[in-house]
Ligand binder design. Structure first.
Ligand SMILES: [Zn+2]
Length: 101
């Protein structure tokens, strides 16, 4: 996974295409990310007991990583990410500005 928590991402598909948001959570096993204020869905919850009202709850739905693009914090562009391996470890690099991100 090239996307990490707290990354800024650009949504490239779906109803929120073109929007930007912050990654709140990453689900590695399913390759999905939860992005702040993106892909919100209303879900109605039915009353379970008599006399209770049904509720509308707003939930966040995770997006597949292929539908988001990382925004490089260094150059501010939606960029592809590469890796650079040095003695100090493995770093993510922006393919546009070549800086570590
Ligand atoms: Zn960059």
């Amino acid at each position: 996974m090239k996307i990490k928590t707290n990354d800024q991402v650009l949504i490239t598909a779906g109803k929120d295409r073109g929007k930007k948001g912050k990654v709140l959570q990453v689900f590695k096993s399913v390759q999905k990310v939860l992005v702040e204020n993106i892909n919100m869905a209303k879900k109605s919850r039915r009353a379970t007991k008599q006399g209770e009202k049904g509720q509308l709850v707003i939930i966040h739905r995770p997006l597949h990583v292929s539908n988001v693009k990382l925004i490089c914090p260094k150059c501010g562009q939606a960029a592809r990410v590469g890796y650079k391996v040095t003695e100090g470890g493995k770093f993510r690099v922006c393919k546009k500005c070549q800086q570590e991100i």
